[in-house]
Design a protein around this ligand. Structure first.
Ligand code: ADP
Ligand code: ADP
Ligand code: ZN
Length: 215
């Protein structure tokens, strides 16, 4: 089952994708994570996108479509979770064509609805374990032991994203409403859209997603 998690920055896509990977054995394809990995490893493409990402603007369709295309032959018998991709209509068309060329289908697009005020709170308190990628929050998801990752046990690996600041967040939200929100209508018309209330607690949101996907 291949699904898309669609929602504004901070909606909880990464959090729910991680859970679905652990519980269902699905494979998460996050273009944000791929782009950050390219920056860390210092590839030419990574250098090219760094400033764009830090401002909160979208990187080019060509780059992210290329990143996804490279991954679609991975072994994913339980399906892919597209997290943060597609973000434009061009990307959505490209994904449709790529899946079709592999004889694959898209099962559902889960739209996680969260209002702007909650997004600001989520983004400004977000941090992640640099060793395993588990996400945390200053108020909503603290590690059991301060400074230590619950998932992998690493210490001193927590980090915050350079684009999780108010200025970049404003730009990211604008990009979401302008370029990405048209995908809601696009997938509604294809009868793929499942809308869920992303404002509840992490466990509640998980339950809603499972119900929407018949899990
Ligand atoms: P968020 O957690 O805000 O949803 P991501 O980690 O998905 O953010 O993405 C971080 C940044 O990476 C974006 O602001 C954008 O610059 C770039 N990016 C990620 N995915 C895409 C995409 N599909 N198209 C264009 N840019 C992308
Ligand atoms: P996205 O991938 O959509 O940008 P994340 O999954 O990284 O969003 O979540 C953003 C922040 O909000 C993280 O710090 C995460 O721990 C926290 N978070 C995620 N889901 C919820 C929720 N349902 N309630 C409160 N906080 C949440
Ligand atoms: Zn960890």
């Amino acid at each position: 089952m291949n699904i898309i998690l669609l929602g504004p920055p901070g909606a909880g896509k990464g959090t729910q994708a991680h859970r679905l990977v652990a519980e269902q054995g699905m494979v998460q394809l996050s273009t944000g994570d791929m782009l950050r990995a390219a920056r860390t490893s210092g590839t030419e493409m990574g250098k090219q996108v760094a400033a764009v990402m830090d401002r909160g603007e979208l990187v080019t369709d060509e780059i992210v479509i290329g990143l996804i295309a490279e991954q679609l032959d991975s072994d994913a018998s339980s399906g892919f979770i597209f997290d943060g991709f597609p973000r434009t209509l061009t990307q959505a068309d490209a994904l449709g064509a790529l899946l079709e060329s592999k004889g694959q289908t898209l099962e559902a697009v889960v739209e996680m609805q969260v209002d702007d005020e909650a997004l600001v709170e989520r983004i400004t308190g977000r941090f992640t374990c640099g060793a395993c990628g588990t996400g945390y929050h200053d108020s909503f998801k603290k590690p059991d032991v301060e400074g230590k990752c619950d998932n992998c046990g690493a210490e001193g690996t927590f980090k915050r994203r350079p684009d999780d600041n108010e200025d970049a967040l404003r730009t990211r939200l604008f990009a979401y409403y302008k370029d990405t929100s048209p995908l809601i209508g696009y997938y509604y018309a294809k009868d793929k859209l499942k809308r869920i209330d992303g404002l509840g607690e992490i466990e509640e949101v998980a339950g809603q997603i499972n119900t929407a996907l018949d899990l």
